[in-house]
Design a protein around this ligand. Structure first.
Ligand code: FAD
Length: 255
């Protein structure tokens, strides 16, 4: 099997016996159009959710102290969540325990379009994320922080030192939502249909679990590698009962 890949600026071909596709599952039908139609359709169902992580450096956090809060949940606002940085001290670094000290605020925006089905909301949100200028973000951040914290003395013009906006167009893996998705049988779930091995290709990524967190991605990687080992052992005539993880067996897989 020859796989095109990128190494620095150069495109290269890599020869391998097997391949784990651990990328965004929705791309796999484009990378491997030979897949059965039902599997391509299932993979395309897994529309990742866009996410925006904003950080705002402020010169002091006395307004939070005065209000007696460390986080604000504000559904419907431009950013739906705002929080003081985690109070972590590491080595010589000490977190800002004094409200007169500078602080970094974390703000979360999940761009979406209420009223549409969840997967369409993700698509519309992604388009928003790609087309919104930094100026628009900054204006909304200044207005929102001023509205939420102004009564406690926060002045955006005086207190904001810097803003970074990180945009993940394909952020969290799609997770089923009972408001929009049918109640599939286990074997009909799109991420189960989508992650089936295809010849020497197996499929990982958190999409394959329909769960966003890293532990799901690790579990899926483990499954995908295990499937390769099984496929290889059957292909090479070894009995399925043989220990597939033995060093000699793994070495035998290297071309
Ligand atoms: C903003 C954000 C915050 C998160 N916070 C947390 C958290 O606090 N805790 C937690 O557990 N999880 C968190 N997650 C989720 C976590 O990042 C994922 O679960 C994890 O990264 C998934 O790992 P993965 O290997 O499945 O996919 P990814 O990490 O997405 O890796 C896929 C890789 O495939 C590459 N790729 C894509 N297409 C191709 C191609 N055609 N050819 C070659 N390479 C390709 C991509 O560049 C990427 O490097 C967060 C995710 C986001 C977006």
């Amino acid at each position: 099997m020859i796989l095109p890949g990128r190494c620095g600026d150069k495109l290269q071909n890599v020869r391998a016996q097997n391949c784990v596709l651990a990328c965004y599952n929705g791309m796999i039908p484009y990378l491997c159009p030979e897949l059965p139609g039902k599997q391509r359709e299932a993979l395309s169902y897994l529309v990742k959710a866009p996410l925006i992580y904003t950080h705002v450096a402020i010169s002091k956090w006395t307004s939070f102290h005065k209000l007696g809060i460390h986080q604000i949940v504000s559904p419907g606002s431009y950013h739906c969540y705002t929080a003081l940085d985690f109070p972590v001290s590491l080595g010589e670094y000490r977190f800002a325990s004094n409200p007169e000290e500078p602080m970094v605020l974390f703000m979360l925006r999940t761009p979406c379009k209420p009223g549409l089905p969840a997967r369409d909301q993700h698509r519309v949100g992604r388009a928003q994320l790609m087309t919104t200028s930094f100026t628009t973000f900054e204006r909304n951040i200044r207005e929102q922080l001023g509205t939420m914290l102004g009564s406690a003395g926060f002045d955006p013009a005086r207190d904001i030192e810097g803003i970074t906006v990180n945009r993940w167009a394909h952020g969290y893996a799609y997770s089923p939502n009972p408001l929009f998705d049918p109640e599939w049988k286990e074997e009909d779930k799109p991420w189960v249909v989508g992650r089936q091995p295809f010849g020497r290709i197996t499929i990982a990524n958190s999409d394959a679990a329909a769960e966003a967190e890293t532990d799901a991605a690790i579990d899926e990687a483990h499954r995908a590698v295990h499937e390769i080992l099984q496929e290889s052992s059957i292909r090479d005539g070894a009995s399925a009962q043989e220990k597939p993880y033995s060093a000699a067996f793994c070495k035998s897989l290297i071309p």
